[in-house]
Design a binder for this molecule. Structure first.
Ligand code: GLU
Length: 468
């Protein structure tokens, strides 16, 4: 194959709610462009002005940037290219590939009703389509026409879809598509074609809800003198109950996942596997994803969203993360629940202690809380209830041993063992009262680690209070 400079695009419509599945469609064209040192373009398909919102555009752009999907060109807004679309509508009219059609809404409706009554597929009947030797009806007065594309008659449109294989659609199935409305605004399929052509897109990688548009787009593209790009139509992403993802049935946006304490690397990894695979690799870096990405390994059946797997992946990434980086990412969550990370134990150490068992950054922040709350202020009654009198001698010894122990996890571990042996007691008998003395709870990470993070002096201070 001659050298081809790969250019792909993500072309979202910023309408309604942008969920995780929507952003998956950005991932593959991005990875394909990066893998091939090509260009990745972001095109905002905002011609549906009633449904497009700036909020949705922001969610898309923020989400992509959070996931690290960098763009080479764009965002290009279709609304800013209206003149260009009009210019090409005119070009098609001039070259005879399009024609004005004066059929009114009413007439169209009547035609449709008639066709349905005859059990035919509703379609435009070509009334205003010019043909050699054909007499067109007289142009009605005061009616602004639509412009229709003159779809080829006979033959078929064939393309070799990189995901679905060969697809062939007979031209008889396609009526003459409206490409421009009476007010001169171009229609959806036309804008897509003009953009793909002008932006020199070589690979159209998009959701398979566009398979039906593809033969029409190919015909228009050819009429405009273009060569069809390679198409790869991705199967849909279903939610965990096997339905189409939507806000109504609980789909979340990338922003929601960010707020819930997910790491962008985990989301990217997760999305990458929703419809693509590389052997049995489940956890891989962004670079590996780019290195391995090819269209051949795209899945052919719908991918199903699996929240547990996403949580598991997030856990993997949290576990592997550098505590410093993780601490920075966790700080906003900690601040949100009132932790002052600047006062109290070193936050990086706290995060390092908690990360192995946390699934989300929120869980780390929640776990960290323990170390930043003021020292418990137990009443005598509470102490009597929670600390058995016969353990007090062991606790006193523990305080003494601690005071001589150098601050390391190993040394703390040895100190605990020494006290257990001396008093002939088992770990929980000592650990539970210690936890209670330090934090007024029985749920904490391992005592040796906790001592290290809280600090020996602070621990001794808190323990001393319960043995008096
Ligand atoms: N704007 C379309 C959508 O959001 C995508 C069009 C395309 O990729 O060709 O579904």
């Amino acid at each position: 194959m001659p050298f081809m400079h790969i250019r792909t695009r993500f072309a979202p419509s910023p309408t309604g709610f942008i969920h995780l599945g929507n952003l998956r469609s950005a991932l593959y064209p991005w990875a394909f462009a990066r893998h091939n040192q090509g260009d990745f373009i972001l095109r905002i398909e905002d011609t549906d002005q009633e449904r497009s919102t700036q909020e949705a555009v922001d969610v898309i752009i923020e989400g992509m940037s959070w996931l690290g999907l960098d763009i080479d060109e764009g965002p290009i807004y279709q609304m800013q290219r209206i003149d260009r679309y009009r210019e090409l509508v005119k070009q098609l009219l001039d070259s005879g590939f399009a024609y004005p059609c004066y059929m009114s809404e009413d007439e169209l409706n009547r035609l449709r009703d008639q066709q349905m009554a005859n059990k035919e597929k509703p379609r435009y009947n070509g009334l205003w389509r010019p043909e050699p030797g054909k007499n067109l009806p007289p142009i009605p007065e005061g009616v602004e026409p639509v412009v229709r594309f003159k779809n080829p008659l006979g033959g078929s449109v064939i393309w070799d879809d990189a995901v679905k294989g060969k697809i062939e659609i007979s031209n008889d199935e396609l009526d003459d598509l409206v490409i421009s409305r009476p007010d001169g605004t171009p229609t959806y399929n036309f804008c897509v074609v003009v953009d793909d052509l002008d932006m020199k897109i070589t690979h159209v990688i998009r959701g398979d809800d566009h398979v039906n548009n593809t033969p029409r787009q190919i015909n228009i593209l050819k009429a405009l003198g273009g060569t069809p790009p390679i198409y790869a139509h991705l199967p849909t992403v279903l939610n965990d109950s096997g339905e189409k993802m939507s806000k109504r049935n609980g789909a979340m946006s990338v922003r929601d996942y960010q707020k819930a304490g997910y790491l962008p690397e985990a989301i990217l990894n997760y999305l990458a596997r929703l419809g693509w695979s590389h052997g049995d690799a489940e956890v891989f870096t962004k670079q590996q994803f780019v290195d391995w990405f090819d269209l051949e390994s795209l899945g052919r059946s719908p991918a199903q969203h699996n929240p547990e797997k996403l949580l598991w992946l997030n856990h993997q990434y949290i576990q592997q993360a550098d505590p410093k980086v993780l601490a920075e990412a966790t700080k906003p969550f900690a601040h949100q629940i009132g932790i002052d990370t600047e006062s109290g134990p070193d936050f990086v150490q706290v995060v390092g202690l908690l990360k192995d068992r946390a699934n989300t950054l929120i869980e780390i922040a929640e776990g960290a809380k323990l170390f930043y709350l003021p020292a418990p202020n137990h009443s005598i009654q509470e102490i009597e209830k929670n600390i058995p009198a016969d353990i007090i001698p062991a606790l006193k010894d523990f305080i003494e041993v601690l005071a001589q122990t150098e601050p390391s996890k190993e040394a703390y571990g040895a100190a605990i063992k020494q006290v257990l042996a001396k008093h002939g007691i088992k770990m929980p008998a000592l650990a539970m009262p210690v936890r209670y003395a330090l934090f007024a709870t029985t749920q904490t990470p391992a005592i040796d680690s906790v001592l290290l993070v809280l600090g020996r002096d602070e621990a001794i201070k808190r323990l001393s209070k319960v043995v008096q």
